[in-house]
Design a protein around this ligand. Sequence first.
Ligand code: FMN
Length: 360
Amino acid sequence: MQNGYSCGMKAYRLLGALLRNFPPEKAHRLAIQALRTPLLAPYKGSSNAALQQTICGLDFPNPVGMAAGFDKDAEAMAGLLRQGFGFVEVGTVTPLAQPGNPQPRVFRLPQDQAVINRLGFNNNGLRAFSDNLRHRPAVGIVGANLGKNKDSANAIADYVQGIRAVYALADYITINISSPNTQGLRNLQEANALYQLLDALLQARKHLEAAIERRVPLFVKIAPDMTTEERAAIAEVALYVGLDGLIVSNTTTARAATLKSKNYVQSGGLSGAPLFASSTKALRDMYRLTEGKIPLIGVGGISSAQDAYAKIKAGASLVQLYTALIYQGFGLVHSIVDELPNLLERDGYSHISQAIGKDA
Ligand SMILES: Cc1cc2nc3c(=O)[nH]c(=O)nc-3n(C[C@H](O)[C@H](O)[C@H](O)COP(=O)(O)O)c2cc1C
């Protein structure tokens, strides 16, 4: 068993090292293809009762999710779930297909274990996305992350169109208003704009819920680049409208003076290790401001079980990751899922729910 596991880990590392020889977008495409084949060995661990939670009516086998942006067109859901993720978020999808920004637009910052991307919502559009989602695995939690088209004149209409298209197909829906690469998108985080957007979306949900007799939870994904006042305003709107959850956070436009890789000069959203501190602070703030009343998903710079655990103690019920997978491969998911129960036990907790927000 031990041998099989370490052989598997070696194969993962080899594949990872191989992929890093390709330019980022080519490597990404190859990773998606690999996930669609039996090439990658599935995670063989069993679900640990200490990590199982029911959140917004959904049964999560573990709290570690694939963050949005990796599987933008919902092509590799089954392969990702086989890697041991407790849930997978696909998208961001926009109503119409769009090419995104000119290439190159994804840059590795290896010395910093980080990435800068300015993809700009490249995706095949809602129709292709929904066709793929219709063939989603029956078992496993899949969330759909929605955006707006670059040239759209009516952002709210784009999100309403998105929610209608995916409602019957997804386990939860994320409203992404925090990508830094679509001009004006982050303005939707301003309290009045957010209220209008959520009001329209919750109205739309009311009709959809009645039609299919299932209430699909609605999450909003926010940026880490905000003042405490701006966060407080978001928390107030979220509690007022009865939002189901918040995802904290997307990539940052800030650049720490400590970045070492030459690509730090590129414009776009920074993710990975240098995002950990600011996104965890944003998460802790949101937990306090929402008084622990709504579930939070902690994202940003998670590269170990310790990092995932720190997010949980800062207030996250669930976590997601992306960038560290580029450097460590999917073996990281296995090690986080395997290690978390030990970290809980070390602190005297028998279940993850006892640790949530303990450092907030
Ligand atoms: C290449 C790339 C593309 C991304 N695309 C999206 C996206 O389409 N929608 C979204 O909500 N977040 C997107 N993200 C942000 C991630 O979901 C996540 O919030 C962020 O990268 C922080 O987590 P990490 O440090 O673990 O990568 C993207 C991130 C990267 C690196």
